[in-house]
Design a binder for this molecule. Structure first.
Ligand code: SF4
Length: 372
């Protein structure tokens, strides 16, 4: 199908999230110059419905909407926002070679010294290495390359037009040599065809050899047209995989799939990735950048609370406990007073006065405050 660019001028570009997305990418804002993606990955969550509104998800890779005023909007909106991590740009498609909007947005991020996070499937991000190095010098840059593994056959089947994984790894090495925090998002790890231990090991080994410092793994999600296309790709690889996938996603013919794999699958995958990361000296979470300033301790304590939610998920703890830590993390992250001062003045009783923080979590925060 013919590739069409639809240029338009939206009124806003920055999405301000209610909470930081810990313990994953630690971003508070997102801003992307294109809607749709030429890479056309079958499993892409953006085909799943909510992201495209009323647009046809099957034209997600052939009709690309281009926000031609992206940099102009960003320059207007950033000065009004509290400085925090912004996930910005979009290099994973030919439109960027033509419009160079991601580069123009980086110039704005640099002008305002915002810390930057990028998640990419394309090595084209290294075209703007000069700007990334400068942003990193002034604040911070983290770049994760997303991939499902290093098997070229899987890449061909599920990501028909995305750049090759070897090129992503070469780009990772280039960024690492320039002092930029980089690693990989194994997203999605493909059940039955891409989640065997030796496959994960080969991929994590390659990431380590390319200067990556972290690997985050995420399971395959299923929704709407994306689920149908992903199922079809599995069928083409091996018709017997359909039944396995339907069982895993509680997906009866004619019905809707569950959104994610079972909790125990995610926990096993997370633990396996952690074990393999340990073997190669990597970590299984993205390091959090915290700017120096009056609330730096709050952010560090919130980080610990967020990381605890991940530990609890790996332990398959009750959702009640996980939510207690998640809410506590949000409260501390958004607290408008210095938690260290609060503790110094009122001891643990002061911590217990923070809404949503009970005795057990307050006691843990006390221990952390005594060591930060
Ligand atoms: S490269 Fe990323 S955004 Fe583009 S189709 Fe693939 S998964 Fe989606």
């Amino acid at each position: 199908m013919e590739l069409v660019y639809e240029e338009y001028r939206p009124r806003r570009i920055v999405n301000v999230h209610k909470h930081v997305d810990g313990p994953w990418f630690w971003g508070r804002y997102t801003a992307h110059p294109y809607v749709g993606c030429r890479s056309g990955c079958e499993f892409c969550y953006e085909r799943g419905g909510v992201y495209l509104g009323r647009r046809d998800p099957n034209q997600f890779d052939t009709r690309i909407r281009v926000k031609v005023n992206a940099a102009e909007l960003l320059a207007r909106e950033l000065p009004r926002l509290e400085r925090d991590i912004i996930a910005c740009g979009d290099w994973q498609q030919p439109a960027e070679s033509k419009y160079r909007l991601s580069r123009a947005m980086l110039e704005v991020v640099l002008d305002h010294s915002f810390p930057l996070f990028i998640i990419e499937r394309s090595p084209l991000v290294t075209r703007d290495l000069d700007l990334l190095v400068e942003i990193n010098r002034r604040s911070w840059v983290g770049v994760l390359f997303s991939m499902s593994g290093v098997d070229p056959a899987l890449k061909r089947a599920f990501e028909p037009r995305s750049p090759g994984v070897k090129r992503r790894l070469e780009a990772m090495a280039q960024l690492a040599s320039a002092g930029i925090t980089t690693g990989a998002a194994l997203m999605p790890v493909l059940p039955f065809v891409g989640d065997r231990e030796e496959q994960l090991k080969e991929t994590i080994h390659a990431i380590s050899d390319s200067g990556g410092v972290c690997v985050l793994a995420g399971g395959l999600t299923m929704a709407g047209a994306q689920a149908q296309r992903t199922l079809e790709t599995y069928r083409q690889l091996d018709p017997a995989l359909e039944e396995k996938l339907r069982v895993m996603y509680r997906w009866a013919p004619g019905g809707k799939p569950g959104f994610g794999p079972p909790i125990r699958y995610n926990a096993r995958l997370g633990l396996k990735v952690r074990e393999l990361c340990d073997c190669f000296g990597l970590i299984d979470r993205m390091p959090r950048y915290v700017a120096p300033g009056p609330f730096a301790v709050n952010k560090r304590i919130a980080e610990k609370l967020f990381l605890e939610t991940y530990e609890l998920e790996l332990q398959q703890a009750s959702s009640h406990r996980i939510w207690a830590y998640r809410k506590a993390a949000w409260r501390v992250d958004e607290l408008e007073e210095d938690i260290a001062e609060l503790y110094a003045e009122q001891d643990v009783e002061g911590l217990e006065k923070i809404p949503g923080i009970g005795k057990k979590i307050a006691a843990r925060i006390k221990t952390w405050l005594e060591t930060v």
